[in-house]
Structure formats: C-alpha cells, structure tokens
Design a protein around this ligand. Structure first.
Ligand SMILES: [Fe+2]
Ligand SMILES: [Fe+2]
Length: 135
C-alpha cells in the first residue's frame, strides 16, 4: 500500500509542479515499499539519495519559477525549503553512517511535511504564477 497518494486536491494549478510533487510522492512510496520488503541497505540507500536529489531539483525549480514571477513570498518560502532540505540531508547522513532506523522516521516526517507544505505554502503561489504565465 502506498504511503502517500497524490490527488487533485493537492494541485497547485501548475502542471509541471503537480508532476514534480507526484514524482516526489512516488519516490517516498518506492522507498517505503523497499523498506517493507526488507530490501538491502544498498538499495534503500540508493533510493534515499535519489529522493534527496529530487528534493533539491524540485525546490530549485519551484524557486526559479517564483523568482521569475517576482513572487513576494519567495524569501520565506525559500527558508522553509532550506529547513526541510537540511533535515533530509541530516537523515541521509545518519543512514550513511549506519543508523538504519532513520529512513522510517524520514518517510513519516517527509510525507506529512510535503502534504502540509503543498496545501499550505505551495498553493499560495499558484494564482500569481498562472497570472504571469510562468510554468
Ligand atoms: Fe515549496
Ligand atoms: Fe513544492
């Protein structure tokens, strides 16, 4: 069973961003499934690094779009991204050092954070970006 499911109610009104959010959810679910199946540490580690890389990619893409639209809340939004990124990086570093309980905590934390962030913070830029034709 998937841990997190993307649905239309999470749409920010911009197709490319919705796609990235759904890829992030898939990445979390893939990691969750691998852990449930008791996959090897190297496989889980690989998936964790993929998730971290995609998180970097998504935040950078989102911030670039907000910058293009002169979105006034970009600085505070960026701080939220930085805080999350730092937490994920810390989790991954702990996993790499051998703390394998980490990824379970990470998944719960990350899926909650993402769903809240998308519904509360990401959705707010939708109207302006659409108005400016940024996609
Ligand atoms: Fe965001
Ligand atoms: Fe986002």
């Amino acid at each position: 069973m998937a841990l997190v499911v993307w649905s239309d109610k999470l749409s920010v009104g911009i197709k490319s961003i919705d796609e990235q959010h759904s890829i992030l959810f898939n990445s979390i679910n893939e990691l969750h499934a691998a852990m449930m199946k008791g996959q090897a540490r190297t496989i889980i580690g690989g998936l964790l690094h993929t998730l971290l890389e995609y998180t970097h990619f998504h935040f950078a893409a989102e911030e670039a779009m907000m910058a293009k639209a002169n979105y006034p809340q970009l600085p505070t939004h960026r701080i939220k991204h930085r805080e999350l990124t730092k937490k994920v990086e810390d989790f991954v570093a702990r996993f790499d050092r051998g703390d394998t309980t980490v990824s379970n905590q990470l998944l719960t934390f990350l899926s909650d954070w993402l769903a809240n962030h998308i519904q509360g913070t990401d959705k707010e830029y939708g109207p302006l970006l659409n108005e400016q034709g940024v996609r």
